[in-house]
Design a protein around this ligand. Structure first.
Ligand code: PXL
Length: 277
């Protein structure tokens, strides 16, 4: 049967993040992609002023009920930026009612970056997010999110021992035995990479760090990961393919000063698709 992914995250109308990134990327991977918007914002919250925010929490149980009536099921549930802590309860419920029996839950605990929570999130949300980590089959935090979830101190530079400690604490949160994909890990100033960790086994993929960091690259990364994984690639292959794709997107964006709000993911899509063949 064809794979069908459900992704739950916001629509930022402008800004190249969340659903406007996830839908095209996962679709380009050749996978039917369904969307449950967590909120509608005029733009993302990272740099624009005066954005609108329509919270769609109350629609979620109604949508879930309808899908149950129609016996609609998904092969994977991929969650990103959520509009309220209450939505975590609804997402947990969707994981029970709307997934095929071997369906996977992929959680990007999108709530923080560069050592700080995003505007609108608080420690109560972080606490609640731990419940979703417990249900995850794949967990994709950046280092800031990992530190918030584990109580570890966020450091700008660190060694492998520090990262091992973070990974162990994250594993303890993941009672469903999730594969952890920890992004943005670099041991020298010119490198970054991703660590894939499961049952004490660890793989590290390192690549060049591009000076310009772009907003929304976490969403590009997680969407490509979901696409590759659903296409049947292993977690490590998927992590590597997504890292290479994200680098291509940043390279395509870095010399355009008007494109400060996100990363151009469109031109590199053929390269991503090629790697999935
Ligand atoms: O890329 C994460 C993200 C998603 N959605 C919204 C955001 C952000 C990051 O700031 O503001 C609305």
């Amino acid at each position: 049967m064809n794979k069908r992914v459900l992704t739950v995250q916001d629509i930022s109308c402008v800004g190249q993040c969340s659903l406007t990134v996830a839908l095209p990327i996962i679709s380009a991977c050749g996978i039917e992609t369904c969307a449950l918007p967590s909120a509608v914002l005029s733009t993302h919250t990272g740099g624009f002023k005066g954005y609108t925010f329509r919270d769609l929490t109350e629609d979620m149980p109604l949508i879930e009920k309808h899908w149950q009536q129609e016996n609609i099921k998904f092969s994977a549930l991929y969650t990103g930026y959520l509009g309220s802590a209450k939505q975590i309860d609804y997402v947990k419920s969707l994981a029970q009612t709307c997934l095929e029996s071997d369906g996977k839950v992929i959680v990007d605990p999108a709530m923080a970056d560069n050592g700080k929570l995003y505007v609108g999130f608080d420690l109560a949300f972080v606490e609640k997010m731990k419940e979703l980590c417990a249900r995850a089959d794949f967990l994709l935090p950046n280092l800031t999110e990992a530190c918030l979830l584990t109580g570890e101190t966020y450091l700008e530079s660190y060694d492998e021992k520090y990262v091992d400690g973070v990974l162990e604490k994250l594993s303890a949160l993941c009672s469903n035995g999730a594969t952890i994909v920890l992004t943005g890990i670099g041991y020298t100033s010119d490198k970054t990479g991703v660590v894939v960790y499961k049952n004490g086994e660890k793989f590290y993929y390192e690549h060049n760090k591009i000076a310009k960091g772009c907003h929304g690259t976490g969403d590009i990364y997680a969407s490509a990961f979901v696409g590759a994984l659903t296409k049947g690639k292993s977690a490590f292959e998927s992590a590597k393919i997504s890292a290479d794709y994200t680098v291509e997107c940043i390279l395509d964006t870095q010399n355009d000063p008007t494109h400060w709000y996100g990363a151009r993911f469109e031109n590199a899509l053929p390269k991503l698709i090629e790697k999935l063949k």
